[in-house]
Write a protein that binds this ligand. Structure first.
Ligand code: SF4
Ligand code: SF4
Length: 369
């Protein structure tokens, strides 16, 4: 494979790059998956039941600030790109008793932006609630990301299967992933194939972190399930922590290397884009309501000035939004320079070795590029 210098998602309508705003509303969870400890990025826990839920007012304020930030970026996008996916997640977001109230607030806050961009509320969940609660929650959502975890209690896994069946039969918009935990391989494969047979919209998901070490046979099965045909990518990664050798988009998007849009790939042999120009700032925002801080996304902590850390906190975000507004007016093509050793969640954000290379890709997304 030629040396990558540019990476972008395949520009198909099905995989359109909307802006993703991750809204972390709790760290509590009713599961205790062994691979969840270090969380998606290794430095923020995936769940922590010792912490209380963040206060309702904190969640509301950060949602309001996030909408204002997103609205500013929508102004530089082409009209058909003005779409926000609000990902509501935890821990397990359904654990909050006031989750329906928070969802209703999101409808209310969105009213003033309705004419400028489209809102798609997505819940990422282990869907282990009762069916009655599930039906109620579903009323407030445009999309559900079902996550199947093999280590959850059996009764709650039964709830998951019943809830996804209900959503499928009632023609709700959803996608499902099965976390392919190597320690319970057969169970994960069985559930994945069962969901496929039932006609669900399901795909396998490789586990990040130290638990994500697979045999060659397991990797081939994952590639087959992802319809990735380039088995040469698997050379030399058997038994190694997979996210240090190869990346796939966690949203399942096919990716294109060096502007070759005819040969999209599901996996790419790289985990770091240190020094590259990256457009993650134009596609992501993460509000951590526990820490009361905003980051580029739940994995990427890269900032505009080439340093690493939060963008702002709940008290400084209003100023940060105004600063960014001024920067965008002066230089709409403002990108990040990657200073992070490993890239996980932002893999799909267009990126290139050079500013010009990235500006060329961004012509498909922005009116100002
Ligand atoms: S269900 Fe998700 S948040 Fe909960 S323990 Fe498992 S991986 Fe962590
Ligand atoms: S870590 Fe952040 S800046 Fe670096 S490539 Fe990934 S998304 Fe882009």
């Amino acid at each position: 494979m030629e040396t990558p210098h540019t990476l972008e998602p395949h520009p198909s309508p099905k995989h359109k790059m909307a802006f993703l705003f991750d809204w972390l509303v709790t760290l509590k969870c009713n599961y205790d998956c062994s691979y969840c400890g270090p969380g998606v990025n290794g430095y923020r826990p995936g769940h922590d039941n010792s912490l209380p839920h963040p206060e309702q007012e904190t969640c509301e304020k950060m949602l309001e600030q996030g909408f204002r930030y997103v609205d500013m970026y929508m102004d530089i996008k082409k009209p058909n790109m003005r779409s926000l996916n609000l990902n509501i997640y935890g821990g397990e977001a359904l654990f909050r008793k006031d989750i329906e109230y928070l969802l209703e607030r999101s409808s209310k806050l969105y009213e003033s932006y309705k004419g400028n961009w489209h809102l798609n509320r997505m819940l990422t969940t282990n869907a282990s609630s009762s069916l009655d609660k599930w039906k109620n929650i579903s009323e407030h959502l445009e999309y559900v990301n079902f996550s199947y975890h093999s280590q959850g209690p059996a009764k709650l896994q039964d709830n998951f299967m019943r809830n996804i069946e209900w959503s499928h039969e009632n023609k709700k918009n959803y996608g499902a992933i099965v976390l392919m935990y190597p320690g319970e391989w057969e169970k994960c494969m069985y559930v994945f194939q069962l969901m496929q047979r039932k006609g669900y919209n399901v795909r396998p998901r490789i586990i990040d972190g130290p638990a994500g070490k697979y045999t060659k046979d397991q990797l081939r099965q994952i590639f087959d399930a992802m319809h990735e045909k380039d088995y040469s990518l698997l050379d030399g990664i058997e038994g190694k922590q997979i996210d240090s050798k190869m990346r796939a988009c966690c949203g399942g998007r096919p990716l294109c290397i060096n502007r070759n849009l005819k040969e999209p790939k599901k996996a790419i042999p790289r985990d770091s884009w240190m020094g590259w120009k990256c457009s993650a700032n134009q596609f992501f925002l993460f509000a951590d309501c526990h820490a009361k801080k905003f980051f580029t996304n739940k994995d990427c902590n890269v900032r505009h000035d080439g340093t690493w850390g939060p963008l702002a906190d709940i008290d400084t975000m209003d100023d940060y939004i105004e600063q960014t507004r001024r920067r965008l007016k002066k230089t709409p093509n403002c990108f990040l320079t990657c200073v992070q050793k490993t890239c996980r969640c932002g893999t799909c954000a267009p990126k290139s070795l050079t500013d010009q290379g990235l500006a060329d890709v961004m012509k498909s997304y922005n009116i100002t590029a």
